[in-house]
Design a protein around this ligand. Structure first.
Ligand code: DAH
Length: 347
């Protein structure tokens, strides 16, 4: 470069380049890169102008220097302005992105929960534990002796027909009733006895209200002077807690080989309050469990003196209770693990 005229042209051209370039810059990072092209002290176009000073006549040096410095100041101001503007826009965009809308519905997290059969089982255990019962869990494979014979149901006893049994061998079977637990407990322990025995039982039975595998809860109380009144009192308390205040029970004569007398226990219909509806088939009562006073022979089989002690026993079908409680009409729905069904069932 030789003179000031030439400098003016270059300054004008650089200003134009910068102004044109600004129209294309969309981020503060791009501004930074673009600025380097001009302002970098070594490689920048404005920085390079200063190096031309040596070619300029002495009397023009001052004016040349001022021209370049003015250009530098102008460019700095322009770059700072654009940089500040873009940084503000970027900050706003970031705030917008990070904004939390507290009016949005929360993302629902699907929590697992206990199966209805387990819920009812646990509720029964809670209620009976509060009455002083302890839990005894027997095994699902039993001997014929514990499942039948010791419960006063010897071979060829007609009551065996009440339960279609899965035999594993002539001696072993899948227990058909948790009543087998009574014998195990009474064999090991003298009264007072107050146990609950929950667990799976198995029968060759399959329709809308029966399944080859289902769950029972056995109760056994043995002590001095135990009567049917104790049973009735406990069961009234039980149904009030499960089906609500005002629910009561009635006992109907029945037959089980291991109890004498034996009863079927009905609960007053919690749907219609006893007036009669579809659920109770117009009777006002719903059958819920079997029970009775432990047969003297069963106590004697376990070396408990029936002249000193008496006992009460009951067996509850947990699925049946769950079906009544949650209004389910097919037992299979409880086993299909269909979440659409299970999600609707809750306390
Ligand atoms: N074990 C009986 C059944 O499975 C239910 C039952 C009835 C249990 C009367 C008892 C009882 O303890 O006393 O059908």
């Amino acid at each position: 470069m030789q003179d000031l005229n030439e400098l003016s042209a270059v300054i004008a051209q650089i200003k134009q380049e910068i102004t044109d370039g600004f129209a294309t810059l969309e981020s503060s990072k791009a501004v930074y890169e673009f600025k380097k092209l001009f302002m970098d002290s070594k490689s920048g176009k404005i920085g390079a102008l200063m190096k031309e000073m040596k070619n300029i006549a002495n009397e023009s040096k001052a004016a040349f220097g001022k021209g370049v410095n003015d250009l530098k100041a102008w460019a700095n101001e322009k770059f700072d302005e654009l940089d500040a503007k873009l940084k503000e826009q970027e900050a706003l965009a970031r705030y917008e992105n990070e904004k939390i809308d507290i009016t949005m519905p929360a993302v629902k997290c699907k929590c697992g929960k206990l199966h209805p059969v387990t819920q009812v089982r646990n509720q029964l255990i809670d209620i009976f534990s509060s009455m002083g019962f302890e839990v005894f869990e027997g095994s699902e494979i039993e001997t014929d002796f514990y499942n039948f014979t010791a419960l006063n149901t010897p071979q060829d006893h007609p009551a065996r027909d009440m339960q279609d049994t899965f035999y594993l061998s002539p001696e072993f079977l899948l227990r058909t009733q948790t009543s087998a637990g009574q014998i195990h407990v009474m064999e090991k322990q003298q009264p007072p006895i107050k146990i609950l025995s929950p667990g799976k039982v198995f029968r060759s039975d399959d329709d809308a209200t029966h399944s080859p595998m289902f769950t029972q809860m056995e109760g056994l109380v043995v002590d001095k002077n135990i009567t049917l009144c104790d049973l009735k009192g406990m069961l009234d308390e039980l149904v009030r807690k499960i089906f609500g205040e005002g629910t009561t029970t009635r006992l109907r004569p029945s037959y089980f080989p291991f109890t004498e007398p034996s009863v079927e226990v009905d609960v007053s219909c919690f749907e219609c309050g006893g007036k009669g509806c579809r659920l109770c088939k117009g009777t006002g009562w719903i059958e819920v469990l079997g029970a009775g006073i432990v047969n003297r022979k069963v106590l004697a089989n376990c070396n408990i003196d029936p002249d000193v002690y008496s006992g009460l026993a009951f067996g509850i079908g947990i699925e049946r209770l769950a079906m009544l409680k949650y209004g389910i009409n097919n037992i299979k729905l409880l086993y299909e693990s269909d979440l659409r069904v299970l999600e609707q069932i809750d306390d």
